[in-house]
Ligand binder design. Structure first.
Ligand SMILES: NC(=O)c1ccc[n+]([C@@H]2O[C@H](COP(=O)([O-])OP(=O)(O)OC[C@H]3O[C@@H](n4cnc5c(N)ncnc54)[C@H](OP(=O)(O)O)[C@@H]3O)[C@@H](O)[C@H]2O)c1
Length: 256
C-alpha cells in the first residue's frame, strides 16, 4: 500500500461536485491526500469538503468554472497559497451535448463541450506547469479523465467523443513537452459508469443490449476506478507518462 500512498501530497480535482470527481475526492482523501475541490455548484462542493473534513481528511473547496481563465487561476492559486504546492492536478470536469449527431449539434453545443472537455484541460495544465516550473517544487503530475469513446463510439456522441479523442492526443503531447519540467501527464479512460453524463444511455431503452456488448457483462461501478486512479496519482506510476489507462470491463475489445 505504501507504493500507492498519497500521504503528504496535495491533489486538485476539477468537477468534484458530483459523479467521478465527488467519488475520487473520497478515495484520494482516504489515501492521505490533502485536496482542493472545484466546480460551479459551490453548495455541493461545500458539502463534499465538509464530509471529507468531518471524516478526518483534509479538503478545501473553491467555486470553479473551468471555462473561465480567471476562475482557473484563482483555483490553482488558492491551492498553492493554502498548501504550498499542488502535487497532482486531475482534469475531470466534463460535459456532453445530449444524444445528438454531428448533423444535429449547433455551434454552441460544439463550443460548450470542447471548451469544457478540452480547452479547459489545456488552460489549467498550462497554468499548473507554469506554477510548478517557477516554484521550488519543479515537478508535477497531471491526470486527465478521458473516455473509451476516444477509441470507439456510438451514434449521437459527436462532440463528446471527438473531444475525448483529442484529449488522449493532448495527453501524449503534453507528456512529451513537460517531461523536461519533471511533470508527468497520463489519462484514465473509463468505460460506461452510471453518472449524470451516462444516465441517458444506461437508463434508456437500449441499456440491456448495450450491457451485453461489454465482455464482463456489466457497466462499471465507481469503485472499479479506485486502483487505476491511485496508481496514476501516486509514485506507483513514476515511470509512466503519456499513457491512457483504459478501465472498461473489456468493452473496447468486444466482438464486432
Ligand atoms: N460517466 C461515465 O460513464 C464516464 C465515462 C468516461 C468518462 N467520463 C468522464 O468523467 C468526467 C466526470 O463525469 P461524470 O460522469 O462524473 O459526470 P457528472 O456527474 O456530470 O460530473 C461532471 C462534473 O464536471 C463539472 N463541470 C462541468 N462543467 C464544468 C465547468 N464549466 N467548470 C467546472 N466544473 C464543471 C460538474 O460540476 P458543476 O456542474 O457543479 O460545475 C460535475 O462535477 C467527465 O470528464 C466525463 O467525460 C464519464
Amino acid at each position: 500500500m505504501e507504493l500507492f500512498s498519497l500521504k503528504g501530497k496535495t491533489v486538485a480535482i476539477t468537477g468534484a461536485s458530483s459523479g467521478f470527481g465527488h467519488h475520487f475526492a473520497g478515495v484520494l482523501a482516504s489515501s492521505g491526500a490533502s485536496l482542493i475541490l472545484g466546480a460551479r455548484r459551490s453548495d455541493k462542493i461545500r458539502d463534499r469538503v465538509n464530509e471529507i473534513n468531518d471524516s478526518g481528511g483534509k479538503a478545501l473547496g473553491v467555486a470553479l468554472d473551468v471555462r473561465d481563465p480567471d476562475s482557473c487561476e484563482s483555483f490553482l492559486n488558492t491551492a498553492q497559497n493554502e498548501y504550498g504546492s499542488v502535487d497532482v492536478l486531475i482534469n475531470n470536469a466534463g460535459v456532453e451535448a445530449g444524444a445528438k449527431t454531428y448533423a444535429m449539434i449547433e455551434e454552441e453545443d460544439w463550443d460548450y463541450v470542447f471548451d469544457t472537455n478540452l480547452k479547459s484541460v489545456w488552460r489549467l495544465s498550462k497554468m499548473y506547469t507554469q506554477m510548478n516550473v517557477t516554484s521550488e517544487k519543479k515537478e508535477g503530475n497531471i491526470v486527465n479523465i478521458a473516455s473509451i469513446t476516444a477509441y470507439r463510439t456510438i451514434k449521437g456522441q459527436f462532440p463528446y467523443a471527438v473531444s475525448k479523442a483529442a484529449l488522449v492526443k493532448a495527453t501524449e503531447i503534453m507528456a512529451l513537452e513537460s517531461a523536461k519540467f519533471g511533470i508527468r501527464v497520463n489519462a484514465l479512460a473509463p468505460g460506461y459508469i452510471l453518472t449524470d453524463v451516462s444516465r441517458l444511455l444506461l437508463e434508456g431503452e437500449r441499456a440491456d443490449t448495450f450491457v451485453k456488448g461489454i465482455p464482463m457483462r456489466r457497466y462499471g461501478q465507481f469503485d472499479d476506478l479506485n486502483g487505476p486512479l491511485l496508481m496514476l496519482c501516486s509514485d506507483a506510476s513514476k515511470y509512466m507518462t503519456g499513457s491512457t489507462v483504459v478501465v472498461d470491463g473489456g468493452h473496447l475489445c468486444a466482438e464486432l
